[in-house]
Design a protein around this ligand. Structure first.
Ligand SMILES: [Zn+2]
Length: 247
């Protein structure tokens, strides 16, 4: 299993970067996890839009799904449109982004697969488990199992035993870490810090930790250091074009 980071910025994209988006490849199958602001140009640096086999969106905030619109345009509006791509999302999560174009314009580009958090999904070669994780809007974390390797991704979440369960013995945990150590009071139940991500990776026995969704301007070395206060494994920060072989 191989993960390519399209973007790792939280909230809004920094210069030359993008918000949350990841390309996960296994046995020639290409799955996108989230398509936040500015992820489409990053994706197109690696593959064409029609080479993507499925899309999973964790939740409906635009820093996780805004570029679903240009992604679907890049499939629907070409001269030889590819078959519709399956798009997995919680009920209603994509209503806003799908309303950007006139009704029906992009319908032929995708097949919606609404699921309930907690469902198991078969997506190409991936066996996927989903869990509802605490956020301002419903957010589904996902655990992907394929080829004997496990990747877990939180989307956006406050600290929760469900994050630890999702990441149990995973080879790689991709964890939201908007803040370094302390999370502001009004966000404490809905977002995480790098230190909390490290604590949960340690509790889960995760082999490697990839911090993502850092607030723009956050020092990456400081984020790694905050996570390392709680986690003894290898820590990296998600930036565009980083490739991680999940082995
Ligand atoms: Zn969010």
């Amino acid at each position: 299993m191989r993960l390519t980071v399209l973007g790792g910025c939280g909230v809004w994209p920094e210069a030359g970067q993008a918000c949350s988006g990841f390309l996960v490849e296994e046995a020639g199958f290409r799955l996108l996890l989230d398509l936040g602001y500015a992820t489409l140009p990053r994706l197109l640096a690696h593959v064409t839009a029609d080479q993507v086999d499925a899309v999973f969106i964790s939740h409906g905030h635009p820093d996780h799904c805004a570029d679903l619109n240009p992604f679907l345009r890049a499939r629907a509006l070409r001269d030889d449109p590819p078959p519709p791509v399956p798009v997995y999302a919680l009920p209603g999560a994509l209503d806003a982004v799908l309303a950007l174009d006139r009704p029906g314009m992009l319908d032929a580009a995708y097949v919606p697969h609404e699921f309930t958090a907690g469902d198991a999904l078969d997506i190409g070669p991936f066996r996927a488990e989903t869990r509802l994780l605490p956020h301002w809007v419903p957010n589904a974390g996902i655990r992907l199992d394929a080829g004997g390797r496990v990747l877990a991704y939180t989307g956006d979440t406050g600290p929760s035993p469900d994050v630890v369960a999702l990441a149990r013995d995973a080879d790689l945990l991709v964890a939201e870490a908007t803040y370094l150590r302390e999370v502001p009071e009004d966000s404490r139940d809905h977002q995480s810090s790098a230190r909390q991500a490290g604590r949960q990776a340690e509790a889960a026995g995760t082999r490697r930790l990839l911090l993502t969704h850092l607030r723009p301007g956050t020092d990456h070395a400081a984020a790694r250091a905050a996570a390392a206060e709680e986690y003894a494994g290898e820590i990296a920060v998600a930036t565009a074009d980083l490739v991680v072989d999940v082995a």
